[in-house]
Design a protein around this ligand. Structure first.
Ligand code: KG4
Ligand code: ZN
Length: 364
């Protein structure tokens, strides 16, 4: 008999202030509410997230977010079994705002406090949405993250590889900026690429010549800049078709790289003989249909099942934090009021540290 648990989750590690209530029991998990307040309009003039502005906005918004999440769930703090909060990795001011808010709630109500690793929140989402059993392979691809993980348990992950510089979403955003397309860059580049010829410009396929699952995306941006400048020098500007061809070439390079690295990650994962092999993907870049279909093809080739949570739970949210808190709670984990906010917090403590960090802050 599984005890039913209802947990309040808080998330503030980057540029989304979020609170959610999740219930989990015999029949699986249910998201009772999930409130996300983005900060795009606060940062758009600066071309990236400004940590101090983000932290101040989180501190101002968190309590109303919590009240909205409780109201939407039709519950009060007294109905909660615990409060879970992102304690890292992320932009330290934002993480501290969330941790302080959760500590305040815990101190005032006596609710147990659970610090959650933001990446564990993403990595456990397939269990929240689909009840996937351990072990499964996870690819996190967003503006701030890019890594392959085997999830063995709520606190046990093996990182197979990740980006050594930019995250793929960051590369899409920079590409859009270089071509004068609107932000966020992912959807604009994908839309332009539909009318483009992916073979006209020859983009590199970074790190494919090296073994392993590490990735690199910053060279694509440099290649794009060079090709754009060459066209401009020859013709005095870019036509719509030039832009579409550049987008298509760039996107195809990301697709090919992710497909090949996923093939390798899948081989390593299959060595563990999972009963029902699953690869799950999360993060905003998972919205890209060319990337998604390439990953599905690799998964088919290898005899696995492909799953992607709905987009609202793929991108940053607090339901994943509440759910990861529930998983930790069930293992007996509790934190005290001495819980610290951590800018860096690799999920797999045994793998070498990642070299890169994203525009949104060092993630692991
Ligand atoms: O997970 P997310 O909402 O936020 C974090 O980065 O934490 O991901 C946002 C990123 C942005 O860089 C955005 O350009 C990218 O995901 N993205 C896409 C697409 N939609 C969003 N990238 C490629 N293709 C898309 N359709
Ligand atoms: Zn995230």
């Amino acid at each position: 008999m599984v005890q039913t648990l209802t947990v309040l989750g808080l998330e503030s590690s980057c540029d989304d202030t979020a609170a959610a209530v999740v219930r989990h029991g015999e029949n699986g998990a249910e998201v009772l509410s999930s409130i996300v307040h983005g900060q795009n309009e606060l940062h758009s003039a600066f071309g990236g997230v400004v940590p101090e502005i983000a932290a101040r906005a989180h501190a101002e918004k968190l309590d109303t977010c919590v009240m909205q999440a409780l109201e939407e769930a039709g519950l009060a703090l007294s109905d909660m079994d615990a409060v879970a909060v992102t304690a890292g990795p992320g932009l330290i001011g934002g993480v501290m705002s969330g941790v302080m808010c959760a500590k305040g709630i815990s101190a005032a109500t006596g609710l147990p406090l659970i610090g959650v690793n933001h990446l564990a929140g993403h990595a456990l989402t397939p269990r929240l949405t689909d009840g996937i059993a351990f072990p499964y392979l996870m690819l996190l691809v967003s503006g701030g993250h890019c890594q392959y993980l085997i999830a063995h348990g709520p606190d046990h992950f093996t990182r197979l590889g990740g980006t050594i510089d930019d995250a793929p979403g960051e590369a899409f955003d920079k590409t859009a900026r270089l071509l004068g397309l609107p932000q966020p860059g992912g959807p604009s580049v994908e839309a332009e690429a539909r009318a483009g010829d992916p073979k006209r410009f020859r983009f590199p396929r970074p790190l494919l010549d090296r073994p392993g699952c590490d990735l690199s995306f910053s060279g694509l941006k440099t290649a794009l800049m060079r090709m754009r400048d060459q066209v401009v020098a020859e013709k005095g500007g870019l036509t719509r078709q030039d832009r579409a061809d550049l987008c298509a070439g760039f996107q195809q390079a990301v697709v090919d790289t992710l497909a090949e690295k996923t093939r390798r990650a899948m081989d390593l994962y299959l060595n563990e003989n999972p009963a029902e092999p699953v690869i799950a993907v999360a993060g905003g870049v998972a919205a890209n249909s060319a990337i998604r279909s390439a990953l599905e093809t690799v998964c088919d080739e290898k005899g696995g099942r492909f799953t992607a949570p709905p987009l609202a739970l793929c991108t940053d949210n607090a339901a994943m934090i509440a759910y990861a808190g529930i998983e930790r709670f069930r293992t007996g984990a509790r934190d005290g009021l001495d819980l610290t906010a951590r800018p860096r917090w690799p999920l797999d403590q045994t793998s070498p540290a990642m070299l890169g960090s994203g525009k949104k802050g060092a993630k692991a």
